[in-house]
Design a protein around this ligand. Structure first.
Ligand code: ZN
Ligand code: ZN
Length: 234
């Protein structure tokens, strides 16, 4: 009795396995089509063949390591910035391989759309803010390494390329940390400095002033031999 049941059970289970696999494959195809890598990771990390702990990866001849900062392209944009958190090799039941990386996003100025215009004035095109937002993305999204400096380091640069950024705050749960009113300020207007704007340095206090705050044009500023800010003139 039990002997005659055995083949029946095994036939049923292999049929189920096949059905499961067809279902899984269609799920995978759907996720890939929708570029839903976060759910692709959730689905395939359970597979014993999937591996999620690599320290580095080689892509396009360059070695990238966990913890490094990257320039990322996505949705036709080539200028996102993120930290490399994890390198994973996902494997499905057909032994198809899906390499992905987990990144922690830095926001750039163009991603801070809901900020008041007055605050956007303080923020540089080369500034980034570390967020608590993570995604799994394709390795092909990597453009290059990015270097993220402090404001002081960035300010001293003589030349820079479009992979060089600076940071002076995080953007956690869509709020600056530290808040903007605690950022170091400059000029008589006491606003946070933005390296994209034109400043002139005071001979006395070495502080920087916006040209427009001290009624100077670029031409006038160039001709000035020494500038003393309104505070030091008092
Ligand atoms: Zn000013
Ligand atoms: Zn001064």
């Amino acid at each position: 009795m039990s002997a005659s049941l055995e083949p029946k059970i095994s036939r049923t289970s292999s049929l189920n396995e096949k059905q499961d696999n067809v279902l899984l494959q269609s799920k995978i195809q759907n996720l890939i089509q929708n570029k839903d890598n976060n759910n692709l990771y959730k689905l395939l990390k359970k597979n014993k063949k999937s591996r999620t702990y690599y320290k580095k990866l080689k892509y396009d001849g360059i070695i990238y390591k966990i913890g490094q900062n990257l320039c990322i392209k996505a949705d036709r944009r080539v200028d996102y910035v993120a930290k490399l958190i994890k390198i994973v090799k996902l494997v499905d039941t057909n032994d198809e391989i899906y390499p992905l990386i987990k990144v922690q996003w830095y926001y750039r100025k163009f991603e801070l759309g809901d900020l008041p215009v007055t605050q956007l004035d303080y923020i540089s095109e080369n500034e980034v803010f570390k967020t608590n937002e993570y995604d799994y993305i394709e390795i092909e999204s990597i453009v290059s390494l990015a270097s993220i400096l402090t404001y002081q380091e960035f300010d001293k640069l003589e030349t820079m390329d479009d992979t060089t950024y600076f940071t002076r705050a995080g953007y956690i749960n869509r709020a600056f940390q530290p808040p903007i009113d605690q950022w170091t300020t400059t000029c008589i207007c006491e606003k946070p400095p933005n390296p994209d704007l034109k400043y002139i340095q005071c001979e006395v206090c070495q502080g920087w002033c916006h040209l427009k705050c001290v009624d100077l044009t670029r031409e006038k500023a160039k001709k000035l031999l020494n500038f003393v800010c309104p505070k030091c003139q008092q």
